[in-house]
Design a protein around this ligand. Structure first.
Ligand code: TXA
Ligand code: MG
Length: 329
């Protein structure tokens, strides 16, 4: 299949919407990461998402809408949902609610809940609006790989496997949306992101729980799988202990490896093979997946140094832990 690379012109948007309504797959930018979109109400189209990505069938998809009023067409709203929708949408937040029968089971992997998101990026909402249907979309990467934050990365993974890519800007946030389960009495964050438990807690005037990966069981199938993994070995250092890092770097060279350091402060590591992760949490989130893909192309061993703390740092750490397969230095 030839993949079309489209722009945000009237004609190209028209074509992208037509492809979606024909049951085809179109990748599109959001402010978090690029999504791989299909008509959420078209079972065949949704099934082809799993094939293109090589994604396990039991990992449900997020349904994207252009307007808050479209959420009640796919999900049952409760009081918490109303408050979140009024105060925190659109944003980099996905809410899990009881699903309506209109949503096919293949979207939700047979669950009786559905994840719904209204992206903050206006051009993403424009595309969804043009399609006139809710859009089921996972991140637009091959399953297990780091998510794409620019259209070139979507091309690297999915060229020839999907009908079109809407080419937008580099994603501003760079890590995926916060996934918030609102089906119980206590709001539960299934996947942390830039929208934090604190922000959500203030809106709901409730304590918000964060699911830790170690006790993640059935609620969010996505947490079970290998994720964000580069093609080579990755090790994560969380204390910034220079001697330890230095010794490990040298040892890899002795073993015949070609290691690279991903760090916030490259000046400290001048005579090493090093690449900047960014100096602030916002910058690290923005650069992270690109940095992993950059490093794996040139090196065969990645040492990530990340000793930041705070709510956004914790969300980044969630991705780093997975990228390294829990391999800690
Ligand atoms: O920022 C994002 O969320 C991006 C953009 C494209 O919107 N999408 C994204 O989708 O990251 P994906 O498929 O890579 O991750 C969706 C996550 C998975 O962890 C999945 O298990 C969870 O959301 N999820 C989806 N539906 C769910 C449901 N009904 N209940 C619990 N978790 C659900
Ligand atoms: Mg993903």
């Amino acid at each position: 299949m030839k993949t079309e690379y489209l722009q945000f012109t009237d004609d190209d948007l028209e074509l992208a919407a037509r492809l979606i309504n024909d049951g085809q797959l179109v990748a599109f930018p959001t402010e978090t990461v690029y999504g791989l979109g299909a008509n959420a109400l078209d079972e065949k189209a949704v099934e082809s998402i799993f094939v293109a990505k090589g994604r396990p069938q039991d990992n449900p998809l997020i349904v994207h809408v252009a307007n808050t009023s479209d959420i009640e067409k796919v999900a049952v709203l409760n009081d918490d949902a109303q408050k979140i929708i009024e105060n925190l949408m659109p944003s980099s937040l996905t809410i899990v609610l009881k699903k309506l029968p209109i949503v096919p089971n293949c979207v939700t992997a047979g669950l009786d809940t559905v994840a719904v998101r209204m992206p903050k990026l206006q051009s993403a909402r424009m595309f969804i609006e043009k399609c006139g249907v809710p859009i089921a979309a996972p991140s637009a990467n091959t399953s297990t790989r780091p998510s794409p934050t620019n259209w070139q990365t979507v091309r690297d993974d999915l060229d020839g496997k999907i009908s079109a890519v809407l080419c937008g800007e580099q994603c501003e946030v760079g890590i995926e949306s916060t996934v918030l389960d609102l089906t119980g009495d206590t709001p539960l964050i299934l996947r942390p992101g830039v929208v934090t438990a604190n922000q959500i807690g203030k809106v709901l005037n409730k304590k918000v729980k964060v699911l830790s990966d170690t006790n993640a069981k059935v609620n969010s199938p996505g947490v079970r799988y290998k994720h964000y993994a580069p093609s080579c070995e990755v090790i994560l250092n969380l204390d910034g202990d220079r001697e330890k890092i230095e010794a490990h770097y040298k040892k890899q060279i002795e073993l015949g490896k070609n290691p690279i350091l991903l760090v916030s402060d490259i000046d400290q590591w001048k005579d090493h093979c090093v690449y900047s992760l960014g100096k602030t949490d916002v910058a690290v989130a923005n650069r992270l997946y690109d940095a992993l893909r950059f490093a794996e192309k040139r090196n065969d061993y990645i040492i990530i140094v990340f000793d930041r703390s705070g709510e956004l740092a914790d969300s980044i750490l969630n991705r780093l832990t997975k990228a390294s397969g829990g391999n800690i230095l």
